[in-house]
Write a protein that binds this ligand. Sequence first.
Ligand code: 13P
Length: 254
Amino acid sequence: MNRTPLVAGNWKMHKTIAEAEEYIQALLPRVSDVDGVEVGICPSYLSLQPLVDSTRGSRVAIYAQNMHEAEHGAYTGEVSAPMLVEVDVHGVVLGHSERRQYFGETDRALAAKVPAALAAGLQPILCVGETEDEREAGDTERKLRHQVQEALARAPDDRIPDVVIAYEPIWAIGTGIVATPDQAQEAIAFVRALVAGRWPEQSERVRILYGGSVKPEGAGDLIAQPDIDGFLVGGASLDPEAFAAIVRAAVPAP
Ligand code: 13P
């Protein structure tokens, strides 16, 4: 199965609108001739509309970093799927480990967020991954099984191929420690097998990304693994040159 690689830059809480605009003007020429890879940028909420406007007609798609599961309501500080659709974003990152760790994001909320995003026409990038302690205790598969099954429990069967999953081991995020290609492949193949357990026909179409200290060097060895379909990039995505180099590393061999 040929899956189009996706390389998305998660800026987290970095870049003002002015900085975001300057970055996009630097990025666009660097990826304009890259074929066969989808490119995404996940800026702050405030930069969504400006970047949707300045990337229109380009190969760069804009994703939000989070959303609330309800369409509207008394949830101070939150943003809903219809609000994201109105500014024409392509998708939304859901369940990032920083949301889970610092903001109490639960698997239960994700079970509602994934179908809400799909129903609104947004592409969810669902993040899963184990801590260092869980890996050392041999609990990686149990954690991944729980996260994947809970978050996808209420997703409609026919929309499963529209979900992107990002395997981001927490011990690799922002630490400079990248999972080895074998470690990433093993975990991502396990995630694909979990999806196949419930949706045997769709699992080969689901894209599963690796995230955690991805840098231009090393990206080629990761993407060469059979189940790794791209990257969710944090720190290295803040520099347009480094991010474009990671995008280029994901171009499929002719
Ligand atoms: P780093 O690439 O900075 O490790 O961050 C990964 C990440 O959390 C992307 O969502």
